[in-house]
Write a protein that binds this ligand. Structure first.
Ligand code: SF4
Length: 440
């Protein structure tokens, strides 16, 4: 029996797409291989948001040439996702031993592209747009208890640094009824937690219904009885009072929000085309904390955007301190061809950006540690995710506030026995990036 291997780069959206790619391949009769070297079909589901992911992809695909020239010429290599969408047939110019290229809009075409490749033809197909959602395709989920559910694809925001609107297209929403029906069937299948996915979940429904209906969707998804609901990603300008109210009133919506701020300076926020000010962002945080006491907050921050001065950066540090984020994902600005910001003169030398990044990283770590220390002594209902990646004798679990907890596997049980269950965990110690605990 033939086998496949899917390597995923990038965001949760790509992870979800990869589950669908695996679903299509298994429908074709392929089985999952443990490593690319032993697979008959190798799929790279790619990301081009950051230069590093782009470079890693081409490095990894190039290194597989030896596989094809070294006795396994029938191995099929496919490149899909954002790089496939952006580069199309250009991928073959960089790495001629690739057989299949597909984009973000046509995962469903993968079987027919593989047919062509099996007949010895290079198969490239990239669509400019599409209405197929990954969630409509067959799936092989990574876990039985968690599911990604896409509610929108694409984005209309055009932040200056971001390639996503180019590679994912304009925002399109699924119908509310279809999303709810999918969650109903996931719950029947034993799923405990769903994560609703979109580039900007808050504007769900705007294209389809003329106005956002995200709060309504949250209430409808909660009515399915699913135990835990998370969602990503939220845009601060579209986070409505109604959504905050739904988060406050529905116990199954987890008390955690990822709300990317990107910068603390109004001048840079305007240059980034984020369409909110720092004051408006801080007002949203205040509203969230008033409605949902104890909510944890994470964010994304870019350092070194063109034009950023030391004063601008100081405003980022100030905003991070004011909010007291529980976690932050920090990045040094990476110029992406095809984005509006690519035309801007890069004014921040790399060493300056790195030095600012390092200062921000220290602040973020200190805040994360302080946030974790506040958890010590609490008992939290945690979703057990399975053995930790580093130590099979240790379980990884997730608190409602999205904090990772490590705890010992109870005597006489195996990690697999409790994976996917909700358990009360007493938090015993804090570390900068995780907690330790024990079954309560
Ligand atoms: S909201 Fe901005 S950063 Fe997010 S996907 Fe859309 S354009 Fe990119």
């Amino acid at each position: 029996m033939k086998s496949y291997f899917v390597r995923t780069f990038g965001c949760q959206m790509n992870k979800h797409d990869s589950e669908r790619i695996a679903g299509l391949l298994e429908q074709r009769g392929l089985t999952r291989a443990d490593a690319p070297e032993s697979a008959d079909v190798i799929v790279f589901n790619t990301c081009c948001v950051r230069e590093t992911a782009d470079e890693r992809l081409y490095g990894q695909v190039s290194s597989l040439k030896a596989l094809k020239t070294g006795g396994r010429p029938d191995v099929i290599i496919a490149v899909g996702g954002c790089v496939g969408q952006r580069d199309g047939a250009e991928v073959l110019r960089h790495v001629p031993h690739v057989d299949v290229v597909f984009g973000t809009h046509n995962i469903h075409e993968l079987p027919s592209l593989l047919d062509a490749a099996e007949q010895g033809r290079s198969a490239v197909s990239v669509l400019e747009g599409g209405d197929r959602f990954a969630s409509d395709l067959p799936s092989v989920r990574d876990t039985a208890w968690h599911a990604w559910v896409s509610i929108t694809v694409g984005c209309d925001n055009h932040c200056a640094y971001c390639i996503v609107p180019t590679v994912r297209g304009p925002e399109r929403s699924r119908s509310l009824e279809v999303v709810v029906a999918e969650v109903v069937s996931l719950v029947a299948d034993g799923v405990v937690e769903v994560t609703l996915l979109g580039q900007n979940v808050n504007s769900f429904g705007r294209d389809r219904y003329g106005a956002p209906r995200f709060a309504e969707l949250l209430r409808a998804v909660a009515s399915t009885g699913v135990e835990r609901i998370r969602f990503a990603t939220s845009h601060p300008k579209d986070l409505s009072d109604d959504t905050i109210a739904a988060m406050a009133e529905i116990p199954s919506i987890m008390p955690y929000l990822h709300l990317p701020v990107q910068h603390g300076s109004n001048r840079i926020l305007a240059a980034m085309n984020r369409r909110y000010t720092r004051e408006q962002y801080l007002a949203r945080i205040e509203a969230l904390r008033a409605a949902i006491p104890g909510i944890t907050l994470s964010t994304d921050i870019i350092v070194g955007f063109p034009g950023e001065t030391e004063d601008d950066f100081a405003e980022t540090l100030d905003l991070v301190r004011r909010v007291g984020f529980d976690h932050a994902f920090t990045f040094i600005y990476s110029r992406r061809e095809g984005t509006p910001a690519a035309a801007l003169v890069d004014t921040v030398p790399r060493d300056v950006a790195q030095e600012r990044f390092d200062r921000l990283a220290v602040l973020v770590r200190d805040l994360a540690y302080a946030s974790n220390e506040r958890e010590v002594g609490a008992v939290r209902s945690c979703l057990i995710e399975g053995p930790s990646r580093r130590d099979p004798a240790v379980l990884a679990a997730r608190t409602p506030h999205n904090k990772l907890v490590h705890l010992p596997v109870a005597a006489g049980t195996r990690a697999a026995d409790v994976a996917g269950s909700l358990q009360d965990v007493a938090i015993t110690a804090a570390h900068p990036w995780f907690l330790t605990g024990e079954f309560a």
